[in-house]
Design a protein around this ligand. Structure first.
Ligand SMILES: Nc1ncnc2c1ncn2[C@@H]1O[C@H](COP(=O)(O)OP(=O)(O)OP(=O)(O)O)[C@@H](O)[C@H]1O
Ligand SMILES: [Mg+2]
Length: 225
């Protein structure tokens, strides 16, 4: 394999709620190939979101090592880590995580504001991305005025707009009808081919599983060989 885009070594993460400890990821080591579609499958509760959150640098493991694009992310300070994430990682959250007071346009624009991109260029990129996901007409609507599938498409547009090297997408087609789902998969494939983006998906969607260049199955927080 070319240098992996993500390398996990003996990563473990448990959630502690009161006296109860839930081992979500027990001991996972894996290398994710760059510039391809990697799919993570596994039953509900197997640890997919927990894993993606750690790769996305929004959660830390209790133990183990995580390297993203060769960078040991656990060695970075909070500020450097936030900057690294803003520049290199796009994240499509399972629950979308759109900002409720912002319109669709403003939600997609937000990551570009963090990167100090000038207004005219921001506008051009946001409009192009909203068109790519078929939401030109909804640009001024807020999340509570959008359907589930439309919110999901805003979340996808927000993750892709800065053309990050790595996109993590947690069930990105779960709420989409088959035509829109296929269009979104085609859009991501096109990005991967044009910009050599690395994509990591969790999914239950057969169509997306079929697109995988590399597949990992997890169960009870462990890789299934
Ligand atoms: N914030 C949390 N606090 C406590 N337990 C959690 C938390 N988040 C997840 N868990 C537990 O960790 C385990 C893994 O959850 P995770 O969300 O990673 O699974 P998943 O594979 O993404 O599931 P799904 O397919 O339903 O999205 C589950 O047992 C879950 O109940
Ligand atoms: Mg999940």
């Amino acid at each position: 394999m070319k240098d992996p885009v993500v390398r996990l070594q003996h990563v473990a993460r448990a959630y502690r709620t009161g006296a109860v400890t839930i081992p979500a990821i027990r001991d996972i080591s894996l290398d994710i190939a760059p510039r391809v579609f990697t799919v993570i499958v596994g039953p509900s509760g197997s640890g997919k979101t927990t894993l993606l959150n750690m790769v996305g640098c929004i959660d830390l493991p209790d133990s183990g090592q995580i390297a993203v694009s060769g960078q040991d992310v656990l060695a970075l300070s909070d500020n450097t880590l936030a900057d690294f994430r803003a520049r290199h990682i796009g994240y499509v959250f399972q629950a979308f995580n759109l900002i409720p007071v912002l319109s669709a346009f403003e939600n997609v624009e937000y990551p570009l504001l963090l990167l100090d991109i000038p207004a005219a260029e921001r506008r051009r990129k946001v409009l192009a991305m909203l068109a790519a996901v078929g939401l030109e007409a909804q640009a001024n609507q807020r999340p509570n005025e959008l359907s589930g599938g439309q919110k999901q498409r805003v979340a996808i547009a927000r993750a892709l707009v800065k053309e990050p090297a790595l996109v993590l997408a947690d069930e990105p087609t779960a709420n989409l009808d088959s035509v829109t789902g296929a269009a979104i998969i085609a859009l991501m494939r096109q990005m991967q081919e044009s910009f050599h983006t690395s994509f990591i998906f969790s999914t239950h969607d057969e169509r997306l599983m079929k697109e995988a260049d590399q597949t990992f199955t997890i169960r009870d927080g462990m890789l299934v060989p």
